[in-house]
Design a binder for this molecule. Structure first.
Ligand SMILES: Nc1ncnc2c1ncn2[C@@H]1O[C@H](COP(=O)(O)OP(=O)(O)OP(=O)(O)O)[C@@H](O)[C@H]1O
Ligand SMILES: [Mg+2]
Length: 245
């Protein structure tokens, strides 16, 4: 599903979290969204998902203006997101968290014979547990999982909705090097039609996953290009890469 934002501005009082941001992300693209703390990355996700209305400007999903639509209506178009903070059900097990997500998708999608559904759900849950590297932790309650394991589960929950557009907000924050590699491999294995927008501070991850990169600074889109163009962009080096050194 392709996304475009047309001159999106979001103001919080005197602060412009986003200023006149116009972005085009074609269907199936792997896009990274980078920028310093407070640049407006999460706010951009909020306006794309409908969690926040822009002060001005429009959001288009698959060519349709969704600016007035609620979060759940946009989700039904095939949009999924993860949050900077955990959104797991802490007292359910890893497998139960996944089963809820799989069941939710099956119930809103095609109708399936109820007695068959649980078997289908169980089969999908076990294959997703393997894909996420969580098979050994299936019966553990989510709150007892290590941080990296929780993040891997969150990504898998988002994938379980079989989104056409997936927005990941710092999914790798706090992960070890090995966990990052596993998460990068999982993202690279996404079906090609899925549009991915990844907010990430780790530039190694960004360059490993993204086909194009958009850079926000103080709410302004300062650059938009291929990884090679972004690496070479002096303004980006100044405001972002320079500070990361
Ligand atoms: N609910 C709010 N009320 C007031 N100001 C807000 C609110 N949410 C965000 N802001 C401000 O908007 C700006 C953009 O914030 P946002 O959270 O989108 O940045 P970000 O790029 O996601 O940063 P980070 O990398 O730290 O997650 C910041 O100046 C922030 O303080
Ligand atoms: Mg943020």
């Amino acid at each position: 599903m392709n996304i475009s934002t047309a001159s999106v501005t979001v103001r919080f009082g005197a602060v412009a979290a986003l200023q006149d941001v116009s972005l085009e992300i074609p269907s199936g693209e792997r896009r990274a969204l980078i920028g310093p703390n407070g640049a407006g990355k999460t706010t951009l996700f909020d306006v794309i998902t409908g969690a926040r209305r822009p002060t001005s400007g429009r959001i288009l999903l698959a060519g349709a203006d969704v600016t007035p639509l609620s979060t759940w209506r946009r989700a039904r178009l095939g949009l999924a997101r993860t949050f900077q903070r955990s959104a797991l059900f802490p007292t359910l097990t890893t497998a139960e968290n996944l089963a809820l997500a799989v069941r939710a998708r099956m119930q809103t999608g095609w109708r399936i014979w109820p007695s068959r559904m649980e078997r289908t759900v169980a089969m999908e849950v076990s294959s997703r547990l393997r894909a996420a590297g969580l098979a050994a932790l299936a019966q553990r309650r989510a709150w007892t999982l290590a941080h990296g394991e929780q993040r891997a589960l969150e990504i898998e929950l988002a994938l379980a909705s079989q989104p056409r557009l997936l927005l990941l907000d710092e999914p790798m924050a706090g992960l070890s090097g090995e966990e990052r590699q596993a998460a990068v491999a999982r993202l690279r294995s996404l079906p090609p039609h899925v549009t991915l927008v990844l907010v990430e501070h780790d530039l190694d991850v960004v360059f490993a996953v993204a086909q194009r990169i958009s850079v926000l600074d103080h709410g302004v889109l300062i650059a938009d290009g291929t990884p090679a163009e972004i690496r070479a962009d002096h303004r980006v080096q100044e405001v972002y890469l320079g500070r990361a050194d």
